[in-house]
Design a protein around this ligand. Structure first.
Ligand code: 5GP
Ligand code: ZN
Length: 113
């Protein structure tokens, strides 16, 4: 399948990987928007949040728990961090393989743009 994040998961395209296990890969965003900007992806191709099924509940839970663990590992647990899933055009999704953004290391504005 011609999917950028499937290729990163398979090691066919380089990325700065900070965590990987049987189900997930976490790597640095190529165009970081904060001092820490990681993407946490499932190894299995899922195009958007709209494509999740109840069988994916544990997978999505582990994506969030991995984000929290990585935030803590980088020293951001107390000051805080943001996790974001963009879904489809209005949210600005550009890669159609779900990914959880983890942003930390600066005060993030709200509401988002
Ligand atoms: P989206 O806009 O779909 O929510 O987020 C896609 C993210 O993937 C963007 O933040 C973008 O910078 C990042 N990205 C796009 N291409 C690559 C790539 O080849 N390598 C890495 N590490 N990140 C990428
Ligand atoms: Zn994919």
């Amino acid at each position: 399948m011609d999917c950028l994040f499937c290729k990163i998961s398979a090691g066919q395209i380089p990325a700065t990987i900070v965590h990987q296990d049987d189900d997930l890969v976490a790597f640095k965003d190529i165009n970081g928007q904060a001092p820490l900007h990681l993407l946490i992806i499932p190894r299995r191709h899922i195009a958007t949040l709209n494509d999740l099924s109840p069988a994916d509940d544990a997978l999505v839970g582990s994506m969030f728990r991995t984000a929290a663990a990585l935030a803590a590992q980088h020293g951001h647990a107390d000051r805080g961090y943001r996790t974001v899933f963009n879904c489809n055009r209005d949210a600005g999704q550009t890669v159609f393989h779900i990914h959880l953004h983890l942003l930390a290391g600066r005060a993030l504005t709200w509401p988002p743009g």
